[in-house]
Design a protein around this ligand. Sequence first.
Ligand code: TMP
Length: 211
Amino acid sequence: MSSTKKGFFITLEGGEGAGKSTQQMRMVEWLKRHGKTVVEAREPGGTHVSEQIRQLLLDTHNDGLGATTELLLMFAARSQLLQQVIRPALASGDVVVCDRFTDASYAYQGGGRQLGADAVETLAELVHHDIQADLTLLFDMPVELGMSRVAGRGAADRIEVESVAFFQRVRDAYLERAAKDPLRFRVIDANRDQDQVWEQVQSILEAGLGL
Ligand code: TMP
């Protein structure tokens, strides 16, 4: 009998201020209530090394950081998270819920920084050619609205200080990726009451996990 277990990999994506964190908390609690073993992660971050890379990436003092350096650091953090957290959890048959993954690199570095999809794809192939999310929830909302929500949170990080045009490219790149892969992506209108968003998320999870 094969001992190969296969977990389920869920990623949450979206622009700034789309309310991912709140929905992630509800998702994890709900999945646990349904008897799932859940491993949570966030990107960039989620391991000791990856959290240090996150600090580098988000520190406003590092304003000279080049776009390619930024992309490489995203994948360095990702590689470590895969090695220490995501791969072992999926091998154990767990549900992994990750706040952002490689689609964010396509959106922010490929789109926002205008490095293009090919550069991201090359690194994705190198770092995790064998792993893709099973389900990706894209929390979508108009750019200005997301930015105004973030503005109310306090000091902006190195990426949050970017322009409306940057975040518009991020949003466009996300929507383009979602349109190309409708089986994996679910686009959620995040410009609604949190409970309404959660109702939709819950029914997506029920269908996706057969619960
Ligand atoms: P967070 O604030 O949602 O935790 O995400 C951190 C920031 O990093 C956010 O502005 C999006 C950005 N990011 C990228 O630019 N590329 C990536 O690949 C990832 C994972 C995040």
